[in-house]
Design a protein around this ligand. Sequence first.
Ligand code: ATP
Ligand code: ZN
Length: 293
Amino acid sequence: MSTVKGRLRIAVQKSGRLSERSLDLVRDAGLRVVKGTNDLLYRIENAPIDLLRVRDDDIPTFVADGVCDLGIVGENVLEEGRNGGPNAEVVMPLGFGRCTLKIAVPPTLDYAGPASLQGRRVATSYPRVLKRWLADQGVTAEVVTMRGAVEVAPRLKLAHAICDLVSTGATLEANGLQARETVLDSQAVLIRSPVAPEPELADLLNSIVERMAGVVASQGAKYVMLNAPRANLDRITALLPGAGAPTVMPLSGREDAVAVHAVCQEAVFWETLEKLKAEGASAILVLPIEKMM
Ligand code: ATP
Ligand code: ZN
């Protein structure tokens, strides 16, 4: 596969846990996706960009080699792909696809820390990440690589422990395993190729990255409007989570109160609204933000 002249390429997971959210991000960045005749390639209608739809495991290499300019992939897969060769550069975390690579053990294994794995067999789909972690812990253990169904390995006596991805823990529980250590906290990240695009595409690439950063930044952010008694203004603005300098405006016909508008970078919970009310805030509105630059 080689790059197509005059077009950028973004690698996304074809079908799986990251596919939907990856496409959403592309669309939210203003790119109109049209399905091609070919399942592997979707075209962007309003920009010279193609989406290459592949297995997530292939994404780091495609981006590292410059076959794709950008990619969306889990940190777990990115870390497992590191092999001493040229690497894709992480542009930013995307806030979805969260999961944790954990060491889990059956109750029959007396676990008192990483040293309990000394001389044992550990099954995983992430042998490189696990070996690096074991080395960091100063533990020597045998790593058994399994493509899937890692959680059944202890029951089948293939391994004493496992190192696997966990999001809710339900799969571990169903297999009688207990999570004991965190090896890696992961989420989807935007990665960028160390290979520069054709010069005439460089601006487009930068603008896509910037738009995606805007989409990610606006997620979870809220626009808050409220009326506040002047006397409690400082206490009220201090309660607004992750707000920079709020806008304070006079209210016509009222000397004692002002209107406050603020962008809150963090979630605004009911508890916060209750505290605001307790300080005398009224007419509180919390609005979603669609785009931010
Ligand atoms: P592919 O066919 O693309 O190789 P896959 O089976 O490797 O698919 P998925 O199960 O779709 O991959 O998971 C893709 C990514 O989603 C994982 O690598 C991880 O970053 C993330 N993820 C989020 N939650 C979980 C979870 N509970 N279990 C596994 N992966 C998760
Ligand atoms: Zn995969």
